[in-house]
Design a protein. Structure first.
Length: 456
C-alpha cells in the first residue's frame, strides 16, 4: 500500500530497508514494538501537504518524527505506519533583529538554534540534555521543558508563529510572529503539545532574548526530601534562579560511576540540589546558603569557580538519565504545584518504599518547577515484561495521589503510548471529549499519529 508514496516523493526521500525502519521508527523508549512500513523525508511544506493528501486518499497512518528523543513513545511506529522524518527540513529560514524572531523549519536541532541565536548576540533559553539531537518541531509538539523553565518557561512561551499542515491537508499560518493578537482562539497553542496528533508543524517563528550574564552553579547536600523545598523557598526569596534541580544519592552514584565524575562534596547526603544563578547574585546566594545551613536544611555545598567546573557540576544532573538507561527504567514524570510538593513527596516516597522494597528507586527532577522524575530501575535478573507488569500495578496508586492533588501524570515527557491509558488521572472526561472533538475536526481521516495521546 505504501507504493503510492512513490507517486509523491522521489526515491531518495523514501526508505524501506530494515535498518532505516528500526532507526527512524523508535524514540528513546524501548518498550514498544517497532514496525513502520516506510520512512519518508519531505524537503518542503509542499511535500508534507502532498503526503497528507495521499495518506487520506490511501488510508495511510503517519507518524511525525523529529530527533526521536521522546520518552513516552510519541514517535514510535508499531503498526505499519509511515514515519515522516524532518531531518531534511533543517534550515533556518530567516532572522528579523527588530522582532528578535528566527524563522526555522521543524527539523532544526535545538543546539543549532541556540548556536544561531548566539551568533546574533541573542539567546534561546530552552535547554535540556537532549538538545544535541532533539528538533524544534518535536520540542513544540511536546511543549518541551528542561532545565531552565524556572526562569524562562517552556517551549510554548517562545513560539511566536507556527505553520502547520493539519491532518486534513490544510496549511494554517498561526499568529504570524505577533506579540499582541486578540482575534479569537489562538490555534498556535492547540498544536503546541499536541504530540503530532492534529497535524505536522512545518515551520516556526521562535522568539529570542537577551543573553544572561555569566552563570554560577552551586550544588548543596540536603538532609531530607522536604528540605529541598525549604531550600528552594529560601533562595527564591533572595535572588532570581536560572535553575533549581534535584537528585538523590542513588542518582549521584549512578551518574558518577557512568561518567567517571568526581563526587561534588566530601560527604554523602540523601539528596542534592543544583542551583544556577547570575554571577552578580553571588553574595545573596552565599547569604541564602548560610541561612539554610543554620536551619539544618543543608549540610554542605560547593560553588563553581570556573566555567569548566560549572559544566562538570551540571553533568551530575544532566547525565543521570543516560546513566540509568541501561537499567530499563520505568519512568514517571510527575508534577504538582510547588505548595503541594512537600506532602506529595512524603506520600509518594512512602508508597514507593512499600511497593518496591526490592527495586532501586532513582529520584531526580526539576523540583523548582514542581516536576519530579521517579525512575524505578529493573533488577538485572528480572525479565522486562515481569518488571513492567509490577510497575504498572503500582502506577495507579501513584497517579491517584497525583489526581488527588490536581497534578499531572506527565509534566514534560508527554503522553504518547506510555501514559495514554492513564490520561484520565489528569484530564476530566469533559476535557477528553473536547480533545477528541478537536482531533475529529483537524484530522477527520485519523491519519495523524493514531493511538498516541488519545486512544484513536
Ligand atoms: C531529565 O530531566 O533528565 C529528562 O527529562 C530525562 C529523564 O527524565 O530521564
Ligand atoms: Zn526532565
Amino acid at each position: 500500500m505504501t507504493q503510492a508514496l512513490d507517486e509523491c516523493l522521489s526515491p531518495k526521500q523514501i526508505r524501506r530497508d530494515a535498518d532505516s525502519l528500526q532507526h527512524w521508527g523508535v524514540d528513546w523508549t524501548r518498550s514498544f514494538p517497532v514496525a513502520p512500513s516506510a520512512v519518508v523525508f519531505p524537503d518542503s511544506t509542499d511535500d508534507v501537504v502532498r503526503l497528507v493528501q495521499l495518506a487520506n486518499r490511501e488510508g495511510l497512518s503517519l507518524v511525525p518524527s523529529g530527533g526521536r528523543t521522546g520518552l513516552s513513545g510519541g514517535a514510535v511506529a508499531s503498526d505499519g505506519e509511515v514515519v515522516v522524518s524532518f531531518d531534511r527540513m533543517d534550515r533556518v529560514l530567516g532572522f528579523e533583529p527588530a522582532d528578535r524572531l528566527v524563522t526555522c523549519q521543524a527539523g532544526v536541532v535545538t543546539q543549532a538554534l541556540q548556536a544561531y541565536a548566539a551568533e546574533q548576540g541573542l539567546f534561546y533559553p530552552v535547554d535540556f540534555a537532549s538538545s544535541g539531537s532533539s528538533q524544534i518541531g518535536g520540542n513544540i509538539a511536546t511543549n518541551a521543558g528542561g532545565i531552565k523553565v524556572i526562569r524562562y518557561g517552556l517551549t510554548r512561551d517562545w513560539v511566536a508563529g507556527l505553520r502547520v499542515v493539519t491532518g486534513s491537508g490544510a496549511l494554517i499560518d498561526c499568529n504570524h510572529g505577533l506579540i499582541k493578537n486578540a482575534t479569537g482562539y489562538d490555534l498556535r497553542h492547540l498544536f503546541v503539545g499536541s504530540e503530532g496528533t492534529l497535524g505536522f508543524i512545518v515551520e516556526a517563528d521562535i522568539r529570542l532574548t537577551t543573553p544572561p550574564e555569566p552563570q554560577l552553579v552551586m550544588v548543596l547536600g540536603v538532609n531530607r526530601f522536604r528540605d529541598v523545598l525549604a531550600v528552594l523557598g529560601c533562595f527564591q526569596n533572595a535572588l532570581t534562579l536560572t535553575a533549581f534541580e534535584f537528585f538523590s544519592e542513588l542518582a549521584l552514584q549512578k551518574v558518577t560511576a557512568h561518567r567517571g565524575l568526581a563526587r561534588p562534596l566530601a560527604g554523602e547526603a540523601p539528596f542534592y540540589a543544583l542551583l544556577e544563578f547570575d554571577e552578580s547574585a553571588v553574595e545573596l546566594a552565599a547569604e541564602a546558603f548560610e541561612a539554610c545551613l543554620a536551619e539544618g536544611w543543608v549540610q554542605d555545598g560547593v560553588l563553581s569557580q570556573s566555567q569548566a567546573q560549572a559544566a562538570n557540576l551540571w553533568q551530575l544532573r544532566e547525565g543521570i538519565s543516560e546513566s540509568i538507561a541501561g537499567y530499563t527504567p520505568y519512568k514517571n514524570d510527575l508534577a504538582v504545584r510547588i505548595s503541594q510538593m512537600p506532602d506529595f513527596l512524603d506520600e509518594v516516597d512512602a508508597l514507593v518504599q512499600e511497593s518496591y522494597p526490592d527495586f532501586e528507586v532513582c529520584w531526580y527532577g526539576h523540583i523548582g518547577d514542581g516536576n519530579l522524575h521517579l525512575n524505578i530501575l529493573k533488577p538485572q535478573g528480572l525479565a522486562a515484561e515481569a518488571f513492567f507488569q509490577r510497575c504498572h500495578e503500582i502506577s495507579p496508586r501513584i497517579f491517584e495521589r497525583v489526581a488527588f492533588r490536581n497534578g499531572s501524570i506527565s509534566a514534560e515527557h508527554g503522553v504518547g503510548l506510555l501514559k495514554r491509558d492513564f490520561l484520565s488521572y489528569s484530564r476530566s472526561s469533559e476535557e477528553l471529549a473536547v480533545m477528541e472533538a478537536l482531533k475529529q475536526v483537524l484530522d477527520p481521516g485519523q491519519i495523524m499519529n493514531p493511538g498516541k495521546l488519545l486512544r484513536r
